[in-house]
Design a protein around this ligand. Structure first.
Ligand code: UD1
Ligand code: MG
Length: 460
């Protein structure tokens, strides 16, 4: 079957009350239009036409990596007019046109495939993806007579009886190409001043074309984003879908209602996720990890049996097996944390490699550092990696011991097994197995405090 896809995305989205075009609002950091285009990829359509408004650089940028063509709807004169604009690109096309709304991001490829299968099996000219709408909503109602679809009536045009109809229009249709001829018969809706694509249903039924609506997908796939409330609802649906998948695949959640896991994330078996955890981007979490509350992990790889303690942020980094990170740690982009290492309270690591078994347990900043295996970084030690103009490297070799409160002024190297006395400022390389100590020698001034103390009334 020859398949073309049209995505309507030129609406103004005024109900969002936003300066951002509706289809560029994000769920899990990705614009909703990308979800729609992704959903049709598995169907391998010959052509994808996205209808956009005249000032649509943002949408074009969001779809830069996708093979789609854009059709420009000069004025937002409604969905019927938007489809007409796309139809100009389909003059010679023969086959089925799948029409989607750019504001319905959770539609799945399998539901779309199902719609196309039913469309073909029933020899239908127009197949509508409908669903049962719950609660208050503004979806078009599917009007049936003797079970057959007769028309779609928009919420604002529906009378009290029609408003009670539960079956609503999902805004997704499979349409045979010869139906394009009927587009010119859509009349302007006087109330709204727009051409409604849904009116093509009544027109086609009157001409005895085969029109059917199929209740597939449900509200969790077909919710259209018209308002911020819809956006919120859709992001909850997506969260629940992702959590459900990982529950089935052996991941435990203490409170799944408070976590957000992006759809691309992968999580291994027996991993336990505590409340308020955000796993973002293409993060991979291994088997048997524990991720404690209030943690955000972005585009990172966490290997197996890693423990991430509370309130930790990890960005674009790799954490190897059995490492323990946090609480309150910040692992910044470009870091590799070795296996069985320990990065503790209030430690910030930036673009650094930390060797296996190395410990930085308290209050450190390690930036642009290369730290070998089994190094101990004492509390409060920092790398001074920036001279105001450039960043410099600190190298600490295997088995070195960095005493508490050390400042390592980069570029500097501490060789294998060397010791640094607490409170030192290290500006020169330290040879292997040496002790470097740079603080001023201690001086005790006898009775100093007693002399300074003010005398009481009795002169003591
Ligand atoms: C539409 C349907 C409604 C259905 C609902 C499903 C119509 C008239 N109504 O209503 O029956 O229940 O979707 O979500 O079709 N668009 C354009 N150009 C325009 C206007 C809209 O490209 O001039 C695009 C929008 O960007 C959007 C899509 O068409 O992606 C649907 O438009 P929207 O305004 O969201 O229609 P709804 O009121 O949701
Ligand atoms: Mg809509």
């Amino acid at each position: 079957m020859s398949l073309a896809v049209v995505i309507l995305a030129a609406g103004l989205g005024t109900r969002m009350k936003s300066s951002t075009p509706k289809v560029l609002h994000k769920i899990c950091e990705r614009p909703i239009i990308q979800y729609v285009v992704d959903s049709i990829k598995p169907l391998k359509p010959g052509k994808i036409i996205v209808v956009v408004g005249p000032n649509s650089e943002g949408i074009k940028n969001a779809l830069a990596g996708y093979s789609v063509v854009f059709a420009i709807q000069k004025n937002p004169l409604g969905t019927g007019n938007a489809f007409k604009v796309a139809a100009k690109e389909l003059k010679r096309f023969k086959g089925t046109i799948l029409v989607l709304s750019g504001d319905t991001p959770l539609i799945s490829a399998s539901t779309l495939q199902r719609l196309l299968d039913l469309h073909r099996q029933g020899g239908e000219d127009i197949s509508i993806n409908s669903f049962i709408g719950e609660g208050d909503h503004c979806y078009g109602r599917i009007i049936r007579k003797g079970g057959e679809v007769e028309a779609i009536i928009e919420d604002r045009d529906a009378d009290e009886e029609q408003k009670k109809i539960k079956e609503v229009n999902g805004g997704i249709y499979a349409i045979k190409s010869h139906i394009l001829n009927l587009l010119k018969e859509i009349k302007i809706n006087k109330g709204k001043g727009e051409y409604y694509l849904v009116d093509i249903v009544g027109i086609a039924v009157n001409k005895s074309y085969r029109v059917a609506a199929h209740i597939i997908g449900g509200e969790s796939e077909l919710t259209g984003v018209n308002t911020r409330k819809d956006l919120y609802k859709v992001s909850r649906y997506l969260r629940d879908r992702v959590v459900e998948r990982w529950l089935q695949d052996g991941v435990s959640f203490i409170d799944s209602a408070s976590v957000f896991i992006h759809p691309e994330v992968k999580i291994g078996m027996d991993t336990v996720i505590y409340p308020n955890v955000y796993l973002e981007g293409e993060t991979i979490i291994g088997d048997n990890c524990t991720i404690y509350p209030n943690t955000r992990i972005v585009s990172s790889e966490i290997c197996n049996s890693v423990v991430i303690k509370d309130s930790t942020v990890i960005e674009s980094s790799i954490i190897k097996d059995r490492a323990v990170i946090g609480p309150f740690a910040h692992i910044r982009a470009g870091s590799i944390i070795g296996s069985s290492s320990k990065i503790g309270n209030f430690v910030e690591i930036k673009k650094s490699v930390i060797g296996d078994g190395t410990k930085a347990s308290h209050l450190s900043y390690l930036g642009d550092a290369e730290i070998g295996e089994n190094v101990n970084i004492g509390a409060g030690s920092i790398t001074c990696n920036y001279d105001g103009q450039e960043k410099h490297k600190t190298i600490i070799e295997e088995g070195a011991f960095i005493g508490s409160g050390t400042q390592l002024v980069a570029p500097v190297r501490v060789e294998r097994g060397a010791y640094i006395g607490a409170g030192s400022t290290i500006t020169e390389d330290v040879p292997s197995l040496s002790l470097a100590i740079s603080r001023a020698e201690q001086r005790n001034v006898k009775n100093w405090a007693a002399k300074r103390r003010p005398k009481d009334k009795k002169g003591n």
